[in-house]
Design a protein around this ligand. Structure first.
Ligand SMILES: NC(=O)c1ccc[n+]([C@@H]2O[C@H](COP(=O)([O-])OP(=O)(O)OC[C@H]3O[C@@H](n4cnc5c(N)ncnc54)[C@H](O)[C@@H]3O)[C@@H](O)[C@H]2O)c1
Length: 362
């Protein structure tokens, strides 16, 4: 039995199709995909047929005008997120938006201000946060069993080539808004702060070595966290094969994620307690573990909980802001060759945009 079923319009049927398959179909007692919107009608039609969605439009403005749509789920290329999120919030809709939420800290602050004025709720997508592996690690840390965080490493070793960059918006600052740091590693870096805490300072390097693109496809960073722990990030699109790995050393426990590139939070993680007492505490905590379906299935289900007032939003604009602040510091460090302290102030040279000046729209 469920409460209200919310009517959804999915905008953009690339990853939007995965939102339907993983997020809305398994939660059919909570959501009904009532409309699809895509400029590419040839791409949209078979997907609409597949899921029996009768209403198909090419114009986003048409969706804004539909009174029976409760949720607008934005799955368009990154440069469209800011205007679409703002318009959807102003139209009084609930909003889901793919990553990156927007293209600067200035824009995320504008979105957060609009959110306060709007009746709709906004949930950015960070679906890697959901699954048994990540949820168990989070539970152990939040219960105080892991103890003091020492160090963590995040490796995003993915493979992308010419076929991937044949899609025109990819690889360009004006439309993708960033490279491997922004588009691919943002999920894993979010998991790092989700488990380890806020970043205090960061030294980052970026390079474009794999593909003939404007944006970066290799990055590394050294981080210090507010709680004193240290971290390192490595990401590339030049790996042979795709692999994600997060590893954390805490006072009482070490954790290593599963290596599934696009779902590292799903399968149980390797959890190594330092002693028998910690092992017993973990066993007691996880004894009656309730399965957490991974990715969009749980993120969308928990969005429903938030909409009906049962729980807070599972991912917030503040979570996106934190991720984008790391991105801002990272790009600034890569050009200034400085160790960049956070928070990034409104007068910081990259607050309005991290895009290199020569690639900014006139
Ligand atoms: N969360 C994840 O794991 C994940 C995975 C892939 C992509 N993404 C993000 O999702 C977004 C889309 O990526 P994608 O790979 O699906 O791209 P895509 O190019 O495959 O699909 C985007 C779709 O949006 C449509 N579109 C473009 N402009 C539009 C407009 N004005 N109105 C309606 N439709 C429009 C295009 O026709 C296209 O079908 C990006 O921000 C990307 O970073 C997230």
């Amino acid at each position: 039995m469920s409460e209200k079923i919310f009517n959804v319009a999915v905008i953009g049927v690339g990853i939007g199709r995965s939102h339907i398959v993983e997020g809305y179909v398994p939660n059919a007692d909570k959501f009904n995909v009532l409309a699809l919107c895509d400029l590419n009608v040839e791409r949209m039609t078979p997907i609409a047929d597949e899921f029996g969605v009768e209403r198909r439009v090419a114009s986003f403005d048409d969706v804004l005008a539909m009174d029976d749509i409760d949720i607008i789920d934005i799955c368009t290329p990154p440069m469209l997120h800011f205007p679409m999120v703002m318009a959807a919030l102003k139209a009084g809709k609930h909003v889901i938006c793919e990553k990156p939420l927007v293209g600067s800290l200035a824009q995320v602050d504008e979105v957060m201000a609009q959110e306060k004025l709007s009746k709709g709720k906004l949930m950015p997508v960070f679906q890697y946060r959901f699954g048994d592996g990540i949820a168990q690690a989070k539970a152990i840390i939040d219960a105080g069993i892991a103890g003091k965080p020492f160090v963590g490493t995040v490796e995003t070793l993915w493979e992308r080539g010419a076929d991937y960059y044949a899609v025109p918006w990819r690889g360009k600052w004006a439309s993708e808004l960033g490279g491997v740091l922004m588009t691919h590693a943002i999920h894993q870096h979010d998991l790092f702060t989700y488990l380890m805490g806020d970043v205090k300072r960061l030294f980052g390097r970026v390079a474009t070595r794999v593909n003939p693109i404007e944006v970066e496809d290799c990055v590394t960073a050294s981080l210090e966290l507010e709680n004193g722990a240290l971290g390192s990030f490595t990401a590339t699109l030049g790996s042979a094969g795709n692999m994600t790995r997060l590893r954390f050393a805490f006072e009482n426990v070490s954790f290593e994620s599963d290596h599934a590139a696009y779902n590292p939070g799903d399968k149980p993680w390797t959890i190594t307690p330092r002693n028998a007492e910690t092992a017993d505490r973990i066993a007691a905590l996880l004894k009656d573990w309730k399965h957490v379906p991974s990715r969009f299935e749980t993120q969308m289900a928990r969005f429903h909980d938030a909409l009906v007032g049962k729980a807070p939003l599972p991912v917030t604009s503040a979570d996106s802001r934190r991720a984008l602040e790391i991105v801002t510091a990272f790009y600034h460090s890569s050009t200034s060759h400085e160790d960049v302290p956070l928070p990034i102030a409104t007068q910081h040279p990259c607050y309005q945009s991290w895009v290199p000046a020569q690639f900014r729209a006139a």
